[in-house]
Structures are given as structure tokens and as C-alpha cells.
Write a protein that binds this ligand. Structure first.
Ligand code: SAM
Length: 312
């Protein structure tokens, strides 16, 4: 029975004995830190969600753009360095309308000089946004999808839960007029590159980690992981935070090597995984877990009461 959640400080790497995941309290902009986590292994998928160079609750700073870009180039190079010859590289990023839409376009230009090809430019719709009565509300999350070599793409992962409704689109196949539904591979629609079917995490959802301000939904992590990796593959996320990629990797039977520079987020990631294994819960719902990046609850509360799941 797991009683203790690992504690982290800079340099510590925790290795999960059950599924082989790794969590490191490390700095992605340092090549040696990334190599220390990877131990000469490569990954077929990187899902990166760096700070967007916008201050959120005084937690993520604003850098002058040139400094932010030099830093971005460092972590991008370090990531590409450990990616397999045939691999996928996803990056969540934002464009700040109050600041000339930085850093998204700058990042896209920088990536043109990297040994990868852009494959798609995805937008995810958030439910909550920010804005005033004088402007369109800002609700988009941008996701850049690059490839190195020729990675797999499991198209099945792209299908949503939204039923296909429109009949029509007749097309002649082998001399027979066929209708949309006859040709269709699924009864539901594909997500395409505008994801409007994913609920942004909020306090009423079980997966919520109250106090993680940049938590990505498990559903988007699942879509990416299952489209761009196979069972048993290594996936990486070097800006781990709430551990959505880690937990989804566990659920989808991949191995996740993840890091965060902040020891508290490393601990939350490990706790979220262990709490899930003990209780089947994907987060802590409304319970206040963190404030200003500091953990508010003790290990017992994080792990939850033992259940039968704990003994298997
Ligand atoms: C936008 S959040 C990632 C959110 C994450 N995708 C999720 O679903 O919870 C960015 C995270 O990157 C971490 N971070 C910032 N600089 C870092 C660095 N140099 N190395 C590793 N992690 C870093 C921050 O502590 C923060 O937790």
C-alpha cells in the first residue's frame, strides 16, 4: 500500500515502479536535465505546454519577447534532441492580444528553422474566457502540431462523441450513388483542427486540481496521446504542472517521462497518479489543493482513504 508521496527538490527524479513513469524536478531549458530524465531513451511524442509569456496570478512571469524566444529555442532544441526519428511534437501556446499577439507568431517563425514539419494548427475552444463588453471574448487555445520524420497517426483517436447528423454529400463509388453515411467510417464526427467538444476544467469536475491555473483537460491529452503514440510508447511532457499528460498516459497505457521546475507541481503530479490508483478519482474536485503554487493539504488528504483498489 502506498503511504508516502515522494517529496521533490531541484534535481530529484522519481521513478514509478508500477508503470515505469518518471517525474523530475528539473529545468527543461538545460540539456543535461532533459538527458538525465531520459537516460538515453527517446520518445515518440512530446506534448509541451510552456508558460505563454503572460502573467497569471503573479505565478508565470512576463519576459521581454527576445528573452522568451531564446528560452523557447533552448527548450525546443532539448526536446527535439530526445525525440525519436519518427515522432510528433505538440505545443500549446497563446497569442496575447494586449501585446501584439506575442508569442505565437514569433514561435511559429522560430520553428521554421527547426528540423520538423508543421502538420496542423489546432484551436481548442475554452468555455470560460476573458474580455470586456467592448471586444470579442478570448476563448481560444492554440495547439501546434509538428512532426519529425513520418510518425504514426491513429485516426480513430480523432473521432468525437458528436453524432453525425447531416445526410447528403452523394458521391458515385464503383458506379453506385452512395450517401454520406454509407461511406462513413464512423457514426460520429471527426474533431478536425477546431476542437469545440472538450470541456475546460473547472471546479465541478472530478479531474479538477484546485489551484492549478493552467490545467489541460484529460480529454485533450487523450486525443493527442492516442492519435500520436501506441500502447507501451514513451511520451514526454516537460511542463508537467497538474500532471494531465502523466495521468492520461497511465490511462492509455503509455509511459510518461515528465518534469516541472517547481517541486510542488512535481509532488502534485505524483500525488494525482497515486490518488488515482488508490481511489479511481482523476483529481480532487472542489478541494482546495494549492494556493499561489504552495500545497495546502497533507499527504494523507492527497492520497485519500484506502479503498479496495489499493490492495490490487
Ligand atoms: C502552462 S503550465 C502547464 C500546464 C499543464 N499542461 C497541465 O495540464 O497542467 C506550465 C508549467 O511549466 C512549469 N515550468 C516553467 N518553466 C519551466 C522550466 N524551465 N522547466 C520545467 N518546467 C517549467 C511551470 O512551473 C508550470 O507548472
Amino acid at each position: 500500500m502506498v503511504k508516502k508521496i515522494p517529496d521533490f527538490e531541484y534535481g530529484v527524479i522519481w521513478e514509478d515502479q508500477t508503470s515505469g513513469h518518471r517525474i523530475g524536478c528539473l529545468d527543461v531549458s538545460k540539456k543535461e536535465d532533459v538527458e538525465k530524465l531520459m537516460k538515453k531513451e527517446s520518445a515518440v511524442l512530446a506534448v509541451q505546454d510552456p508558460p505563454y509569456n503572460v502573467d497569471i496570478n503573479d505565478e508565470f512571469g512576463n519576459l521581454p519577447l527576445d528573452q522568451y524566444m531564446s528560452w523557447s529555442e533552448e527548450w525546443v532544441d532539448n526536446t527535439l534532441n530526445i525525440l525519436h526519428d519518427n515522432s510528433s511534437f505538440y505545443v500549446w501556446l497563446g497569442a496575447d492580444v494586449r501585446s501584439g499577439l506575442q508569442p505565437l507568431p514569433d514561435f511559429i517563425f522560430m520553428m521554421r528553422n527547426k528540423p520538423v514539419k508543421i502538420r496542423s494548427f489546432i484551436t481548442m475552444r475554452n468555455q470560460r474566457g476573458y474580455g470586456t463588453q467592448k471586444n470579442w471574448m478570448a476563448i481560444r487555445q492554440e495547439l501546434l502540431y509538428y512532426i519529425k520524420g513520418e510518425p504514426i497517426f491513429n485516426v480513430q483517436a480523432e473521432y468525437t462523441d458528436i453524432p453525425k447528423k447531416t445526410k447528403g454529400y452523394y458521391k458515385e463509388i464503383d458506379g453506385k450513388i452512395t450517401e454520406n453515411f454509407e461511406r462513413s467510417k464512423s457514426l460520429t464526427i471527426r474533431a478536425g483542427n477546431v476542437w469545440h467538444d472538450i470541456q475546460q476544467v473547472f471546479y465541478l469536475m472530478h479531474e479538477n486540481i484546485e489551484g492549478c491555473f493552467a490545467q489541460k483537460p484529460l480529454k485533450s491529452a487523450k486525443r493527442i496521446i492516442e492519435a500520436s503514440s501506441n500502447k507501451g510508447d514513451v511520451v514526454v511532457d516537460f511542463f508537467g504542472h497538474s500532471g494531465s499528460t502523466l495521468l492520461q498516459a497511465e490511462l492509455s497505457k503509455r509511459k510518461c517521462y515528465t518534469m516541472d521546475i517547481n517541486p510542488n507541481y512535481c509532488k502534485i503530479m505524483a500525488a494525482r497518479l497515486l490518488h488515482f490508483r488508490r481511489t479511481g478519482e482523476t483529481g480532487w474536485g472542489r478541494t482546495k489543493i494549492l494556493k499561489d503554487g504552495k500545497i495546502l493539504v497533507n499527504d494523507e488528504q492527497l492520497l485519500g482513504a484506502p479503498t479496495l483498489l489499493d490492495s490490487v
